[in-house]
Ligand binder design. Structure first.
Ligand SMILES: [Zn+2]
Length: 221
């Protein structure tokens, strides 16, 4: 979603639908906006964790607000005169912080491991990054091949998301023997075949196991 677009795509879609149905209902978007508040201060970069390669930047701007800490919610006027004024809102992608520090993969590895060696914990971690790595490792390793929508939303504005996904694939390969089971199953379902050669002999087991958190059940419908 680009800055300045309506915050909730679903709401925008339903407004558009009613515009089409009633043809008389029109929205006029604001062209003049309140002055933008000052950007949040850029924090000092921390030393890069030694688990990352030196070319990784230690600090990056939020992908949603680009370091501002806020986003413009563009207001509009309905044809009946009802006003929804423009306003600057705290960025929900970074909770107003504007910037992300590079992840420490060792800390994340500790946060996702189970009590027994060589296992993932059964309960989801609370920290969004740890949850993402845990959930994507379960996806890539074939423990839960539902598309990880909840986890994608939790780190959607994190500029280090690709690194977290790489880590999840490596974790899956290490613990489950392959980091490609989730993608292979979706390719198989969509195209009838897949492109991977490092899969277990049988990949079409259950779609998810008993450790799937309740709040992820929407992913199964
Ligand atoms: Zn942000």
């Amino acid at each position: 979603m680009l800055r300045g677009q309506p915050r909730w795509p679903l709401a925008a879609a339903s407004i558009q639908r009613s515009t089409i149905q009633q043809t008389t209902m029109a929205l006029v978007y604001d062209t003049v906006f309140p002055p933008e508040p000052a950007h949040v201060a850029k924090p000092a970069a921390r030393p890069l964790p030694d688990t990352l390669l030196p070319h990784v930047p230690p600090l990056l701007a939020c992908k949603q607000c680009n370091g501002a800490g806020h986003n413009l919610s563009k207001g509009f006027t309905c044809e009946d005169g009802k006003r929804y004024p423009s306003r600057w809102e705290k960025c929900y992608g970074c909770d107003g912080r504007g910037w992300f520090h590079a992840p420490d993969l060792r800390v994340l590895a500790d946060a996702i491991k189970g009590r027994k060696p060589g296992t993932l914990r059964s309960k989801r971690p609370d920290d969004p990054r740890a949850y993402y790595v845990w959930r994507l490792a379960r996806f890539h390793g074939g423990k839960d091949v539902c598309l990880p929508m909840g986890a994608e939303m939790e780190v959607g504005s994190d500029p280090y998301r690709d690194i977290l996904d790489e880590m999840a694939q490596a974790v899956a390969k290490h613990l489950f023997g392959s980091g490609n089971v989730g993608r292979a199953r979706w390719q198989q379902a969509m195209y009838g075949s897949h492109e991977f050669s490092d899969l277990p002999a049988t990949i079409d087991g259950p779609v998810y196991d008993a450790h799937k958190p309740l709040e992820e059940m929407l992913e199964t419908v």
